[in-house]
Design a binder for this molecule. Structure first.
Ligand code: XUL
Ligand code: CO
Length: 441
């Protein structure tokens, strides 16, 4: 088996003074922070679709990078992708990977033939995993959106035939997830949405989406899948209105259809931007509802209204993200999948490594800062003090359910006015504390 990146060795940690572009400056896998190694905290994953398949194609032009990995035959190429992915993960010290079924192995003439070829690649991945047990599947998913049959959706297609086809594809993807010991299975609502209500039975589409998820849960559990199912919220793109709009919408959906015990959320930074939320908001909504699961780590461009899937380099955002992750108790089955692609102009093979290093160092910095945000204590203390009125007196009576509406009226009448009991929200002071923590690392 040939080495694909002969000029790139294992990426070392050299510390913040290093100027070596092919070294980590902040990600030191075995360094212990808040009782766990950085590797345990961050659980980085390679995304098969962008890294092994994304060649820079956009709607204005063909690819700028050759991702055929030296092969022309589809199966030889699929195997070369496996070899190459394991080399990249090894050199970058990345332990996890994520795939769509069709990233591993493409569609052939019939579903039976596609499945047969898929099984061959799954077996090949398993061989590589057996040879290096540090490599694990974070999550799998089925690509129920790129083939023309899914033009009107998969689980929400008006066609029962298409629904059945998607179900068959998901069954197979679940089997592969279990075969690889994966601890996650993602539903990202590819084309599960609509362009116009003039042609759409919204109620039926939503019910059907839930039916598909329920079928997947029942089957997954029956074949020994013990991990988490995830929904990955996204408000738009490709459809104008995606059903899984944001964390809050998805949580409402999962609760309505009795799916909340089996599902958690996979939050993507760029999808939060598209929903006009901050990344931290989406994570916080998931966390306070006990639905935080996993993360697609990337970033968008606030000047662009589409999903740019850039490698994350914004340290401030990464710090606020890792603050939510630490407050949620860290990842259990989830992790940080780089759903990110090198820019079209960053077309060299070396750019793949430089981009992952940038993303991993950004999240390493985020973790270091988030840990300091908590150990420093000033931010949490401020919030605790701000809500102190709920710990005693009338606040405690409201929380315990003791106070009635009439009691509250009597209390308010006696007080006459309460504006004087308020204190400043001190946003600027807190933002300055945040800067102080960030630049005192
Ligand atoms: C698309 C997206 C997907 C999911 C997996 O916007 O984020 O790649 O992460 O289907
Ligand atoms: Co994603």
């Amino acid at each position: 088996m040939s080495e694909f990146f002969k000029n790139i060795g294992k990426i070392p940690y050299e510390g913040k003074a290093s100027t070596n572009p092919l070294a980590f400056k902040y990600y030191n896998p075995d360094e212990v922070i808040a009782g766990k190694t950085m590797k345990e905290h961050l659980k980085f994953a390679l995304s098969w679709w962008h890294t092994m398949g994304g060649d820079g194609t956009d709607m204005f032009g063909c690819g700028t990078t050759d991702k055929s990995w030296g092969e022309t035959d589809a199966m030889a190429k699929a195997k070369a992708k496996v070899d190459c992915a394991f080399e990249i993960m090894d050199k970058l010290s990345i332990d996890y990977f994520c795939w769509h079924d069709r990233d591993l192995s493409p569609e052939f003439g019939s579903l039976a033939e596609t499945n047969e070829k898929f099984d061959e690649i799954v077996a090949y991945v398993k061989e590589k995993m057996a040879a290096d047990p540090s490599k694990k599947l974070l999550w799998g998913t089925a690509k129920c959106f790129d083939h023309p049959r899914y033009m009107h959706g998969a689980g929400t297609s008006p066609s029962a035939d298409v629904f059945a086809f998607a179900a068959a594809q998901i069954k197979k993807a679940l089997e592969a997830t279990v075969a690889m010991g994966g601890q996650g299975y993602v539903f990202w609502g590819g084309r599960e949405g609509y362009e116009t209500l003039l042609n759409t039975d919204m109620g039926l589409e939503l019910d059907n989406m839930a039916r598909l998820m329920k079928l997947a849960v029942d089957y997954g559990r029956s074949i020994g899948f013990t991990g988490d199912f995830y929904v990955e919220p996204k408000p738009k793109e490709p459809t104008k209105h995606q059903y899984d709009f944001d964390s809050a919408t998805v949580i409402g959906f999962l609760n309505k259809y009795g799916l909340a015990d089996d599902f958690k959320l996979n939050i993507e930074a760029n999808h939060a931007t598209l929903a006009q939320h901050t990344f931290q908001h989406e994570l916080r909504v998931a966390r306070v509802n006990g639905m935080f699961g996993s993360i697609d780590a990337n970033q968008g461009d606030t000047l662009l209204g589409w999903d740019t899937d850039q490698f994350p380099t914004n340290v401030y955002e990464a710090a606020l993200c890792m603050y939510e992750v630490l407050k949620a108790g860290g990842f259990t089955n989830g992790g940080l999948n780089f759903d990110a692609k090198t820019r079209r102009g960053s077309y060299t093979m070396e750019d793949i490594f430089l981009s992952y290093i940038a993303g991993m160092d950004t999240f390493a910095l985020g973790l270091r800062i988030a840990d300091k945000m908590i150990s420093d204590g000033r931010l949490d203390q401020f919030v605790a003090d701000r809500y102190a009125s709920w710990n005693t007196g009338i606040g405690a009576d409201i929380i315990s359910g003791k106070a009635t509406l009439a009691d509250l009226e009597a209390y308010a009448l006696e007080k006459g006015e309460v504006t004087a009991s308020l204190t400043s929200g001190s946003q600027e002071k807190l933002e300055s504390i945040m800067n102080n923590i960030m630049f005192n690392l």
